[in-house]
Design a protein around this ligand. Structure first.
Ligand code: PFF
Length: 481
């Protein structure tokens, strides 16, 4: 007798977990800057079109395959079309590698939460308030062991949640965490709106910047939007497929896919309304990536606002970023855990979720060592403990793919395997097994008729693969360019 895999407790619980996966660091440090720097309103428009045409399609494909075969990506592809089982391995491997840097970033966020919390009552004595933003960040990321400790705590928290199971751990946590995130985000948006000069931030995000459009060109803006959309929706890592595998037949798959994509996009825009007005109000330069999150925004709270209120707002802001990061990290961890449990279940063994979650967590601790010890690219030359890939391989004119271990892991996953994996899925569904393979699953929900089958057929066959090729080209040029 095979052990029961378990299910989500409710549809809303599933949606909160899936939105929790989608809403992450990408929404906070990626979307607002990319939108502002890539033409503002026009970027949003292109992003929305891509999310509707491609995001929803790939999401629907993943949820349907997961629910149909009630297994993670490897098992699902094996049953769908044996020759393409490798696509399942692509996604499990990508998820594991992404976890090995995403959770290191989560650890840094935790450090800022703790730092600002400690500064609320005596800001004048706290390093986080008195040190310059660049120094605070630089010292911490090169600190090796103490950075590793924060990462390990972040990872341990993810392990504890995931070992509780899909309904008892992930769903229980996200049902509290996601509403909390929404409340904190709204609090920051409202506070930031009262700052002098906030309007420049809104203008940066939402204005139609014709000069930027002329300079960058629509093609380049589309590439940026496509890559962002893809990462933001947690696609091609088998996460949505895995989450779908715990869905009961009553859930409406098309509707859920639309809700998840919409909610993720709304939160991304809201994140922009929390971040950019504050950056502009204090006369700082907008930017993207870790620099925006850990240096520019740190300076907003520590120098711009300053004092008790700066510490408190910093605590609230990094608290919400922490929630966004951990609800994403648990989804990635669940992908690997489900992979192992599916194998054991197939063999009639006890699934042992708790034990294997801990083992996978420990493997992540191991794989993340280079990421946590190279000072995020500072390398031995910059005072960190470990060499960057560029230092190790003796590469001189540093290219993005080898400037730090994080980017090295990222180029393998986000750069290559993920766009290829999603492309493969569209080809398999669109051309090889046919749209009926998921249509029957979508219509397995009582009372559901998939009127949009023709439309999705075109999306799987043509539109999504074309955009995914664009994503692949964009990623490769940005890493090796
Ligand atoms: N979607 C998350 C973000 O925007 O930060 C990142 C992410 C989480 C990517 C989970 C992939 C994933 F499986």
């Amino acid at each position: 007798m095979k052990e029961h895999r378990g299910n989500w407790g409710s549809n809303i619980g599933f949606i909160l977990a899936a939105v929790g996966s989608a809403v992450g660091l990408g929404n906070i440090w990626g979307f607002p800057y990319k939108m502002g720097a890539s033409g503002g309103g026009i970027f949003l428009l292109i992003y929305l079109i891509l999310a509707a045409l491609v995001g929803v399609t790939v999401l629907l494909g993943e949820l349907s395959l997961g629910r149909k075969y009630q297994m993670g990506p490897v098992g699902a592809y094996r049953q769908l079309c044996r020759k393409f089982t490798f696509l399942g391995y692509f996604s499990v491997f990508s998820g594991f590698l992404i976890m090995s840097f995403y959770s290191v970033l989560g650890g840094i966020v935790l450090k800022y939460v703790v730092g600002f919390a400690g500064a609320i009552f005596n800001p004048q004595d706290a390093d986080i308030m008195t040190m310059s933003s660049g120094d605070y960040f630089g010292t911490f990321v090169c600190a090796g062991p103490s950075m590793y400790v924060f990462f390990a705590i972040f990872m341990a928290a993810s392990v504890i949640i995931v070992s509780g199971g899909v309904a008892g751990g992930i769903e229980r946590f996200t049902k509290i965490a996601m509403p909390a995130l929404a409340v904190l985000l709204i609090a920051v948006i409202v506070y930031v709106a009262t700052l002098d000069g906030a309007a420049d931030g809104y203008r940066f995000m939402f204005g139609i910047h014709t000069d930027a459009i002329r300079e960058l060109g629509i093609w380049s803006i589309t590439k940026t939007a496509a890559g962002q959309m893809f990462f933001s929706l947690s696609l091609a890592m088998g996460i949505m497929l895995t989450y779908g595998s715990y869905l009961p037949k009553e859930t409406k798959l098309v509707k859920n896919s639309v809700i998840i994509a919409t909610a993720d996009t709304i939160v991304a825009v809201m994140a922009g309304m929390a971040v950019m007005p504050a950056v502009f109000a204090f006369g700082l330069e907008p930017g993207g990536g870790p620099g925006l999150l850990f240096v520019t925004l740190h300076s907003v709270f520590a120098d711009g606002m300053g004092g008790e209120i700066g510490a408190l707002m910093g605590f609230i802001f990094y608290g919400l970023v922490f929630i966004a990061a951990i609800t994403s990290s648990i989804s990635i961890l669940e992908g690997s855990v489900t992979f192992v449990m599916d194998i054991r279940r197939e063999k009639g063994m006890k699934m042992n979720r708790g034990r294997f979650t801990v083992i996978i967590g420990a493997l992540v601790l191991l794989f993340a060592i280079p990421v946590a010890f190279d000072g995020l690219g500072s390398g031995v030359g910059g005072g960190a403990i470990m060499k960057t890939p560029a230092e190790l391989f003796g590469i001189e004119n540093v290219k993005v793919w080898c400037d730090c271990w994080l980017d090295f892991y990222d180029v393998i996953t986000e750069g290559i395997l993920m766009p290829l994996g999603a492309f493969g899925m569209c080809i398999v569904i669109g051309w090889i097994v046919g749209i009926d393979s998921i249509k029957t699953e979508i219509e397995a929900t009582p009372g559901v008729k998939m009127n949009s089958a023709k439309w999705f057929d075109i999306c799987f066959k043509v539109i999504a693969p074309a955009v995914l090729i664009i994503v692949l080209i964009a990623q490769i040029t940005s890493f090796f360019g």
